[in-house]
Write a protein of this length. Structure first.
Length: 236
């Protein structure tokens, strides 16, 4: 599993989430996206997706698997999505789970037009940006599952920013939770449980304890849904 951090963040923000998933038997990895002062993620999504592509290939070389799972927080979800849709990442990714990711854009990103040269990826998250218009739900590869998890109480990326289009395929799923802000996705035990449940829903019976990928695993066919009160995840 590869965890991808969001805008103006570093891999360190994912430590708590990685620890929770690790205790459940998942083999988690991170990617250093660099950026402002060589540390804080701010570069264009297209460039960052290429960094993710290189990191995935590195992981594939070190693990005997064909496909992996990606979990992206905020802009990290868009980076993972661009990799899957535009850089042939569908051959490597089994499931992309996004946490508070502005698939539809967020009004907060309009400030990026004022500081575009310093923070070029910010304006890419504004509603109607060229990047978001190019990442349409109907062109997301149907051999990769995409799950968008978002919160009613997220002030930066509310449900209207994060919902995937309904009716675009059984491989797209929305999960809405009632509590937790934008940063809470990184520390919430409940969110970690939702992630585990979604990943496990694709695993064949008797899957091994340590999970890096399950190439070609089938998942139950289900319509895109909004889930407001997810049940506890199955123990890993």
């Amino acid at each position: 599993m590869l965890l991808v951090h969001g805008f103006l963040a570093t891999p360190g923000v994912l430590h708590a989430l990685a620890a929770r998933l690790g205790r459940s038997g998942y083999c988690t990895h991170h990617v250093d996206l660099g950026g402002l002062f060589g540390r804080f993620n701010a570069r264009p999504v297209e460039e960052l997706a290429r960094v993710v592509a290189e990191r995935v290939e590195q992981l594939i070389r070190h693990h005997p698997r064909e496909r992996i799972d990606l979990v992206g927080h905020s802009e990290g979800g868009l980076i993972g999505r661009y990799y899957v849709q535009k850089l042939n990442g569908a051959r490597r990714v089994r499931h992309l789970v996004t946490l508070g990711t502005p698939h539809r854009g967020t009004p907060w990103a309009y400030t990026g037009y004022l500081v575009g040269r310093v923070l070029p990826s910010l304006r890419q998250m504004a509603p109607g940006s060229p990047l978001l218009r190019d990442l349409t739900d109907d062109t997301f590869p149907d051999n990769v599952r995409l799950t968008s998890i978002y919160s009613q109480r997220d002030p930066f990326c509310p449900p209207s920013s994060c919902r995937l289009e309904e009716g675009r395929g059984a491989h797209l799923k929305n999960i809405e939770v009632a509590r937790g802000g934008h940063v809470a996705f990184l520390y919430s035990a409940r969110i970690a449980s939702v992630i585990r449940r979604e990943l496990e829903s694709m695993e064949p019976p008797g899957a091994g304890k340590y999970r890096f990928a399950s190439a070609g695993s089938p998942w139950p066919v289900a319509a895109t849904v909004d889930q407001r009160a997810p049940s506890p995840a199955r123990a890993a």
